[in-house]
Design a protein. Sequence first.
Length: 613
Amino acid sequence: MLHKMPHFRRKKTGKSFPVKVCTLDAELEFNLEWRATGRDLFELVCRTTGIRETWYFGLQYEDSKGFISWLKLDKKVQDQSIQKDQHSTASFMFLAKFYPEEVAEELVQEVTQHLLFLQVKQAILSMDVYCPPEASVLLASYAVQAKFGDFDEDTYKPGMLASEDLLPQRVIDQYQMTSAMWEDKIKVWYADHRGMSRDEAEMEYLKIAQDLDMYGVNYFPIMNKKETELWLGVTALGLNIYEKENKLQPKTTFTWAEIRHISFDDKKFMIKPVDKSSPNFIFFSQKVRMNKLILDLCMGNHDLFMRRRKPDSMELQQMKAAAKEEKQRRQEQRNRLAREKKLREEAEKERAALEQRLLQYQKEISSANEALRRSEESADLLAEKSRIAVEEAILLSQKAAEAEQEITLLRLTAMQKDEEKVTLERKTREAEMLTARLVEESERRASEANKLKEELIRAREAEKLAKEKLLDFLSRNAFTSPNNIGSISSSVSTLYAPPLSPTLTQDIHLLDSNSPLLNLSLNSYDLLQNADADQLSLEIEKERVDYLEKSKHLQNQLRELRSEIAVLKVGEKQTDFDQLHDEQIKLGENKYSTLKKSKSGSTKSRVAFFEEL
């Protein structure tokens, strides 16, 4: 990944030599003067990266014999046996050398938090820190939230997470699960983190990671007087002693509050307790070259242990105040962006609703127009039928009149001709019958004409009523009338949401940070040189609430996931750490309950217990 990192270069001034410093997200290049000390380089890196919480960090390098070392700040860089590449460039890693006891309370700067997050994440993925499978999935979801932001169902593409390095290879190998299956498990938690910013996601990651048994522990192989091979764990709270096959659960612990002095002679380390009635705690290192590193880590962790239990310095108070103001400002900015986003979404919903209503109104208008057209056609048809009926009635009336005239003529003729009387009478009867039928037919036609007139009147009234209803409908929805539909469509199409505010940027002020020089001998360190031994011996360490109690919901989720994937576990691929962790879960124990047990009893009894291991 280093080839993708940004480069920062310093111009050559006088006689100098090249130096390359890599953080976990950048690569820095400098030219140092020949007389430059480790402190000069360290402060230069801190100013460049904006780090003010310098007490957590150091410059790590590989010496000429291949051992990992930390750059000494009070010595010249050139006087330390640093391995150089073919271009005579000295390479360093800017890493967290010491870990906070409680990340949420101690870390001030976001840049400090980000670098620690990257380092812890790398340690978990490289399996230097053991992380159980279910916790690995949860941590992966926070890492995804920190990198990609909120989960979006519309833009999310299957396989997007599978391409990321999110789980330790040990976890992947233990289960008969495909990348897609792991991705689905991570995605469930990832979707729950909506609205969480990058720094919040990284903090949640660290808060979970710090509860892992191996978090913040520097391990060194040692032996007691019985030459039992053990592990010494140097931590922020004190010294832990582990059995050779178990780096998870310390057998005994000595806190910094009960240690008065540490020194070494060749391979022999001697630790003097505050309790003078207790014997010295003696162990033997297996590698002489590691002795100075052990002492250095003890000194640094003890200094931070003491610092946390004293009132904050003026510089730290100012940093915390500035960080609090910055967080408030950024929170207000996020709230404003959230409000604008909500307003935008509401405007989009309102626009969609208006468009839907417009379509509905257009359908109703079309339906009303169709009904009116059918009504008009029916009225025209009835009017035509009525006209025809009237014409037929008139025609029948004319025929009836003609028949009357013929009857009169026949009667006159009958009176003149007796011989034609019978015939005339018969014709008269026939004519009368025909006349009666014609009159009856005329009356029937007239009745039909009247009925058609009534139907026409009713059709006209129905047409009038339909028009009145249409006019009433249009008057109630004036903006949807045919003349206004165009303007409504125009108005709807021009709806818009207020533009989002610019994304937040952060200004980091680069200030010089001078760490105090330790006036100590090379092979020993008096832990109580500036402290009241009696007060420290009476100090009650703050015990954090049990992890299972402080997050029951989270633990239930972890248990559910553990149960879901248990059937897919490949038993023969389980490591010793997995078996130890499973035993720890069965016993209902965790990191803090184990530490509490390892610190129980007097210093004297724990020294005796160590000697008997």
